[in-house]
Design a protein around this ligand. Structure first.
Ligand code: ZN
Length: 317
């Protein structure tokens, strides 16, 4: 091949590559815009569904009296895991009217709201549960003291510890949502966020027979768009006990007492024995100082939380 022929072949190759490149570019552009358009449709659909039904509600199941005999954990996985893990949007059933299906309410150990008014109050909140033994021991001890706290539970944990959530609700505590699988909302699409929120709302409704009205975002992570999308009060905190990092009951106790003030929202996790030990000591000190420890629902009933807003609450004062 002489130089001239080589040049012609070279030019032909360049031409082919150019055409190929242009084709790939156009194909990718087409694919990307198709993806954007279709994911936008799905998002719009989920958002619309979420808004019309307020909280997506499935047909009631008679789950209220399950797990009374407190079986071993592997039995939980078998009996509850399959039951609850199966729930997803495909199972959503509406009554054709409001979308809300009435469930018989669970009898609860509630307090007279008027006795809580004009008191120095605090919200003690526990994230990431329900857990097994630690949450059960905590509930035993809380019952002795007749106080109320709030559990922001994960949908994935409800799959195994539904009975503990029902017990907490029955004993007057607030059981609310921490999302389904602890994914950080700011890293998710609108569709994924609403999936996380709705799935846990469905589980809570099926278990407790009440609509969940609040959310604690995983990692406390949200933004104005996410709050408007989810359309519920976002409960943050102003006292972080760092109980997950420092597994010493003394540190938990000190951090609670250091942050104690009227209207405070305290962040703990009912996963650790050290948290339970530390918080129980702190509760006894706070009660002796005249604080009243209330649940999120009691705060709502007292007018400290507006369930129809999507503002972020750092404290309740
Ligand atoms: Zn968490």
């Amino acid at each position: 091949m002489n130089d001239r022929t080589a040049l012609v072949v070279y030019r032909k190759e360049v031409k082919i590559f150019r055409i190929l490149f242009l084709f790939i570019l156009l194909a990718s552009l087409g694919f990307v815009s198709w993806r954007i358009a279709s994911s936008d449709d799905v998002t719009k659909h989920v958002v619309a569904l979420y808004k019309t039904t307020n909280a997506l509600v499935v047909e009631p199941r008679d789950m209220h009296d399950i797990q009374e005999n407190n079986p071993a954990e592997e039995n939980r996985t078998e009996r509850l895991g399959t039951e609850f893990a199966a729930i997803d949007h495909n199972e959503i059933v509406h009554d054709g009217n409001s979308g809300i299906v009435e469930l018989p309410s669970i009898e609860r150990n509630t307090r007279d709201i008027e006795t809580l008014r004009n008191q120095r109050v605090m919200l003690i909140t526990f994230d990431d549960g329900p857990a097994g033994d630690t949450t059960s021991r905590l509930l035993d001890e809380l019952a002795k003291r007749d106080i109320r706290v709030t559990f922001f539970v994960l949908g994935t944990k409800l799959n195994y510890y539904a009975d503990i959530a029902v017990r907490a609700h029955r004993e007057g505590h607030t059981v609310s949502s921490h999302g389904y699988s602890h994914r950080e909302f700011t890293t998710l699409s609108d569709e994924e966020i609403l999936y996380e929120v709705s799935k846990t709302n469905i589980l809570l409704y099926n278990l407790l027979g009440v609509q969940n009205r609040f959310i604690r975002a995983p990692y406390g992570s949200s933004n104005p768009h996410i709050r408007e999308l989810v359309n519920m009060p976002f409960i943050f905190w102003n006292v972080d006990t760092l109980d997950w990092r420092y597994r010493y009951d003394d540190v938990v106790y000190q951090n609670i007492m250091y942050g104690a003030q009227d209207g405070a929202i305290l962040l703990l996790h009912d996963l650790y024995e050290t948290t339970v030990d530390g918080v129980l000591r702190a509760i006894d000190s706070l009660l002796s100082q005249g604080y009243v420890l209330i649940s999120l629902e009691e705060a709502e009933a007292l007018g400290y939380i507006d369930p129809n807003s999507y503002r972020i609450y750092i404290s309740i004062r």
